[in-house]
Design a protein around this ligand. Structure first.
Ligand code: NAD
Ligand code: FES
Length: 273
């Protein structure tokens, strides 16, 4: 059992939790993820590690389905049954002069440790953080402590620039020749268009893929993704890949496989069944 030592509700959909898990914490690097189960019969939930110290692991999750809603009902002092990790490959922190990190919505959580690592390695870092509205722009204080420049966007214009993250990305890549790398994490459609923008301007880009995962150890095949025409498993070969090699359309199709079942579970939870 793993103890929840801190919890914050970041907005209507998103919570932060700090879990006591020393073995996972001591080995965690940017890009790694964990799989947790709320109880012994629970679904396995994969989540990228947002931060860690020697003893604790921070996770940020969106309460969009049955299992994440159940997790959201847990409070400080409660426990989760399983907390396995670190899983996946650590992100490749490249030798770059100026990196632009682009985060969409809850993608701000997995991007945070990667941008911190680039800053620590000596790169200049610019953040473009976009969300539906002001309430969904998470981790602003955490980013503002270390990034060199930040641009916020909201779909409704309630904070920062009105529009999508690809608008300032296009502008920055056109105007600033010092930028030599982009990392984009968020909805698949966002990563697809960030990749198109980066490729158009001749920059390299890494993305973090979040296909459906079950075991997280390369056994079930659910997380397969098409990278440069070959099949890879995001859980053991990723989750980070070079954007220009990813088949984003195939990934979007696979992600919607269990939409109906997920919706049914969600309705049951809402109705208390
Ligand atoms: P969202 O749908 O509210 O979008 C967030 C932002 O992404 C938008 O404000 C916009 O700026 C940008 N965006 C959306 N569609 C775009 C498009 N067509 N072109 C350019 N930019 C676009 O995001 P959300 O509701 O917070 O959902 C976050 C998503 O991120 C979820 O689907 C979740 O599964 C995914 N996610 C991915 C990872 C990962 O590792 N890749 C980690 C966590 C979450
Ligand atoms: Fe099963 Fe990756 S989650 S192979």
């Amino acid at each position: 059992m793993y103890k929840i030592v801190d919890k914050k509700v970041l907005n209507d959909d998103i919570d932060f939790m700090r879990i006591e898990a020393p073995l996972v914490a001591r080995n965690a690097k940017p890009g790694h993820f964990i799989i947790l189960r709320v109880d012994d019969e629970g679904e396995r939930i994969p989540l990228t590690i947002a931060d860690n110290d020697e003893k604790h692991v921070d996770i940020i999750y969106q309460k969009m389905g049955y299992s994440t809603k159940m997790l959201g009902e847990k409070q400080i002092g409660d426990h989760v049954a399983d907390f396995v990790g670190p899983l996946g490959k650590a992100a490749h922190i490249r030798d770059k002069q100026h990196v632009v990190g682009v985060a969409g919505g809850v993608g701000a959580a997995p991007l945070l440790p990667q941008l911190k690592a680039y800053k620590k390695a000596g790169s200049k870092v610019t953040l473009i953080l976009g969300a539906r509205n002001k309430d969904f722009l998470i981790l602003r204080d955490e980013y503002e402590q270390f990034v060199d420049e930040v641009i916020y966007t909201t779909d409704d214009g309630s904070f920062g620039e009105k529009g999508l993250v690809t608008d300032p990305l296009e502008r920055k890549l056109k105007d600033d020749e010092t930028i030599d790398h982009v990392i984009a994490i968020g909805p698949v459609i966002m990563m697809k268009f960030c990749t198109q923008t980066a490729v158009k301007h001749g920059r390299s880009i890494d993305v973090s893929l979040n296909p459906i995962m079950i075991d997280g150890t390369g056994m079930c095949g659910n997380c397969r993704v098409n990278i440069a025409g070959k099949t890879f498993f995001a859980c053991i070969d990723g989750p980070d890949f070079e954007g220009h090699e990813v088949d984003f359309d195939g990934l979007m199709k696979r992600q919607s496989y269990y939409k109906d079942e997920e919706h049914q579970c969600y309705i049951r939870l809402k109705d208390g069944r």
